[in-house]
Write a protein that binds this ligand. Structure first.
Ligand code: NDP
Length: 429
């Protein structure tokens, strides 16, 4: 993408937006036409992906604009049904862009496979026996999936823990083996599961116990991505609120979430409002990302804010978001679903590390969008105006009636389905 700053994109028709994308992006027309035909996933293809298929379920696909991340422009595909999310992400990305853009980084893509062993006659002896044979186990794991080793990844290390050693514990004692596996650009579930299943018989022999579970952990705390931004207060001024007031409001809002799980859940839901749509649009497993993100938010023992907002010595607002990011640019549905492939092409992304960084940048933007609105006018003003068209549709409006009814609802400051139904009846007369 030459630039993700496209003034007026919001006011264009869908056709005009697609033409604009063609001008700005080198992606082939064939891919862009996938969107144009509004048949992103055929029922035939869907029938090959899951079981008992009776059709496909579609979501709106919008573009988060203005994202400047590590100096590179991204127009970010977001698949989501909720109004105002894409607008808010784009609004904040524009502010952050003016302040120099997002800075992001990512760790190596090391995922975790777990093996559960129970009934060992001596758990400490079993642990030692496994540790002593670490190299053998790593070699066996890599032999089970040699292609990932050729790609520069594979099983790298092993760890063993004993759970429920306390005799008071209500659960059985068990030995848990962690295999750390670099999955390169794949999310890696199948790679990891193949590896841990293949070494389970050796683990049983070494431990004299019985192996039950052999599966990846979605708590991918060695596969992290982090985004940060530094925003001078002058860029935060909103209506009658000064930039400093907005900055302080955002920090107070963060401190609320950091100290209260009731608020943290909603605060983090707002972050996932940005993250899930990109994960979905790129064909990734959003349940895996959701589960890992929430666990990471509780890593210190209390469920807390995923983001951190503070003020630096110059009075700038500083935001940070670090999360496990078990996503891929290959595997799963990423290259099967035509719109996932399209989304990855549009992002012009080649590695999973880069995709992970874009995703956390969007999450950070989304969080600031919500906190900035909450700390100033409240979210209903902007949200309900954008929601008004869905309300009109829910009340039975069709065609040109949708925009007319939506505008009337905003004008009368009554964005309710009941009111919309009355207007639809009047319009029909
Ligand atoms: P796949 O098994 O579909 O694909 C990964 C394969 O892609 C690799 O094994 C590799 O095979 C190939 N590949 C091509 N290029 C690369 C590259 N640059 N880096 C890495 N691999 C490459 O996908 P995953 O193993 O990632 O599994 C993801 C799927 O698993 C998701 O759909 C997820 O929903 C599902 N899943 C999730 C679970 C969970 O989260 N708990 C559990 C089970 C499944 P080769 O080298 O042979 O070409």
């Amino acid at each position: 993408m030459e630039t993700s700053r496209i003034p007026g994109f919001y006011n264009m028709t869908v056709e005009e937006r697609i033409e604009m994308l063609k001008e700005l992006h080198s992606s082939s027309d064939k891919d862009l036409n996938n969107i144009k035909r509004h048949v992103p996933l055929s029922t035939e293809m869907a029938d090959k992906m899951i079981e008992n298929v009776i059709g496909t379920f579609q979501l709106p696909l919008g573009l988060g604009l203005n994202f400047l991340i590590n100096g590179k422009d991204y127009a970010v595909p977001m698949a989501i049904e909720e109004a105002s999310v894409v607008a808010s992400a784009s609004h904040i990305a524009k502010i952050v862009r003016e302040a120099g853009g997002f800075t992001t980084k990512a760790t190596e893509r090391v995922m975790i496979g777990q093996i559960q062993v129970v009934g060992c006659p001596d758990f400490h002896e079993a642990k030692e026996a496994i540790i002593n044979q670490k190299e053998l186990l790593l070699e066996a794991a890599n032999n089970a999936y040699p292609s990932i080793v050729k790609r520069g990844g594979g099983a790298e290390d092993i760890d063993v823990r004993i759970l429920n050693e306390d005799t008071e514990s209500k659960y059985n004692q068990m030995l848990i083996l962690h295999v750390y596996i670099n999955t390169c650009d794949a999310m890696g579930a199948n790679i990891i599961n193949t590896m841990v299943e293949s070494i389970a018989p050796i683990v049983e022999e070494l431990s004299n116990g019985k192996v039950y579970l052999r599966i990846l952990s979605n708590y991918a705390d060695r596969c992290l991505a982090k985004a940060s931004c530094v925003i001078p207060p002058k860029y935060l001024k909103t209506g009658a609120y000064s930039g400093e007031e907005v900055r302080d409001g955002v920090i107070h809002a963060y401190e609320f979430a950091a100290s209260d799980p009731y608020r943290a859940v909603t605060h983090n839901k707002g972050i996932m409002n940005g993250i899930d749509p990109v994960v979905i649009a790129t064909g990734n497993d959003w349940r895996a990302v959701e589960a890992g993100a929430h666990a990471y938010a509780a890593r210190d023992g209390q469920y807390s804010s995923m983001t951190i907002w503070s003020k630096d010595e110059y009075g700038n607002l500083v935001g940070e978001l670090e999360l496990p990011m078990s996503i891929g640019t290959v595997g799963g549905a990423t290259r099967v679903h035509p719109l996932a492939k399209f989304s990855l092409d549009l992002l012009n992304i080649s590695t999973a590390k880069e995709l992970a960084q874009v995703i956390v940048a969007v999450g950070l933007a989304q969080n600031l969008g919500a906190l900035k609105a909450l700390a100033t006018d409240g979210i209903q003003k902007g949200h309900m105006a954008l929601h008004s068209r869905s309300v009109a549709i829910a009340a039975g409006a069709t065609g040109e009636m949708i925009d007319i009814i939506a505008e009337q609802l905003i004008k009368e400051k009554q964005i309710r389905v009941g009111k919309a139904k009355e207007l639809v009846e009047e319009y029909k007369k």
